[in-house]
Design a protein around this ligand. Structure first.
Ligand SMILES: NC(=O)c1ccc[n+]([C@@H]2O[C@H](COP(=O)([O-])OP(=O)(O)OC[C@H]3O[C@@H](n4cnc5c(N)ncnc54)[C@H](OP(=O)(O)O)[C@@H]3O)[C@@H](O)[C@H]2O)c1
Length: 336
């Protein structure tokens, strides 16, 4: 099969916000597959804060996207042609591909959507994908939570934060969330059952006191999606033997200068706290079990899940910015 399709590629490494000078669109041609390859027509791709990190060339858990390469991202789609022994045309698959209409894959890191799947396909990029699994294993394993613990969650109305907070509520914890608007805060308390919330934007400059008021017995676990000032204020409120799950640091992903801090790092020593760097890929062998557990919770109405799907390949970059200005409503994805 010969086919032309569009893809976003990294032209230059962004400094600050990602612009259309950094990430550009081109048309590529595939003229036949080699043995071991397959061609996927992507239906959705994922927009994740981590993709901004992969555009930079700092050392990380994955190699940077090379200049000229497609922007790496999870996708879900249908195989249109296969020369791979384990995959057939017509099968629906998800995995790490790119911001592109079609992907040529060698099957690496590619998983089949079960034939009896009852959920919308995009759940394989969201609830059953990296963000759902991060919330699940971050809360049920890395956080070492006990019933009665107070969990403080940043980016609480986002994909990881909203699921993680609910999972902690299900475990009998007191859950306090930080989010960037009153509307998000209200959703967390009224619909998701968070015990208290803080609008970190209106409380800027007063975050330490706001966390102290919302967590009168201190913070046993801080689930950090954000870093920066919120991390510093959280550190001033942790209890002895607190656990900090370092899941992300979105406040600095677009920084164009080195980011100082955290200034209150001393509290780790003072409170004998443990900081656990969390990386979802370390849980790869347990992904299937985690997704099954999430599916059961969703089916039993024990978990609510919000997502936002932006329609149209050409809207990818505009949509990507929503993660950083906070205008995304739940897990952000693009319908190709
Ligand atoms: N370690 C891992 O394996 C792993 C896996 C998946 C995700 N993550 C991390 O988890 C975090 C959340 O990811 P997600 O996919 O669930 O995204 P998300 O929370 O759905 O969206 C990002 C949210 O972050 C908040 N935000 C943006 N800039 C901020 C800032 N300067 N200060 C405070 N909050 C800010 C915004 O909400 P507000 O309106 O509330 O500001 C925005 O809606 C990210 O840091 C991501 O890198 C880590």
């Amino acid at each position: 099969m010969s086919i032309n399709y569009k893809q976003y590629y990294l032209h230059q490494r962004p400094v600050g916000d990602t612009t259309d000078s950094d990430v550009r669109v081109r048309t590529v041609e595939v003229d036949g597959l080699a043995d071991g390859q397959l061609l996927i027509k992507n239906e959705y791709f994922s927009l994740d804060p981590a993709i901004r990190g992969w555009m930079s060339d700092e050392p990380s858990y994955m190699p940077p996207i090379d200049l000229g390469d497609v922007i790496r991202s999870s996708t879900v789609g249908t195989i249109v042609e296969s020369k791979h022994p384990d995959f057939a045309a017509g099968e629906v698959v998800y995995g790490l591909n790119g911001w592109e209409e079609y992907s040529v894959s060698d099957g690496y890191f590619l998983t089949k959507v079960p034939e009896d799947n009852q959920f919308p396909l995009h759940y394989y990029l969201s609830a059953f994908g990296a963000v759902g699994l991060t919330a699940y294993f971050g809360i049920t394993d890395a956080a070492k939570l006990k019933p009665g613990d107070t969990l403080l969650m940043s980016a609480a109305a986002g994909a990881v934060g909203s699921l993680g907070g609910q999972l902690a509520k299900n475990m009998g914890c007191r859950v306090v969330g930080l989010a960037g608007s009153d509307e998000k805060c209200q959703w967390l308390t009224d619909d998701l059952g968070f015990d208290a919330v803080i609008n970190y934007k209106t409380e800027q400059g007063n975050l330490n006191a706001a966390i102290a008021a919302a967590c009168p017995e201190g913070v046993d676990v801080y689930f950090d999606n954000v870093g920066g000032e919120i991390l510093d204020a959280a550190l001033l409120n942790i209890n002895s033997n607190a656990r900090i799950v370092f899941c992300g640091s979105i406040s600095s992903y677009n920084a164009s200068e080195p980011v100082p801090g955290p200034y209150n790092w001393w509290q780790i020593l003072a409170k004998s706290a443990t900081v656990q760097g969390f990386l979802i890929s370390n849980y790869f062998p347990q992904f299937e079990a985690g997704a099954a557990a999430i599916a059961e919770l969703l089916t039993d109405d024990k978990l609510q899940f919000k997502y936002e799907i932006v329609d149209g390949f050409d809207n990818t970059l505009t949509a990507f910015h929503k993660l950083f200005d906070g205008s995304n409503k739940g897990k952000l994805m693009l319908k190709v």
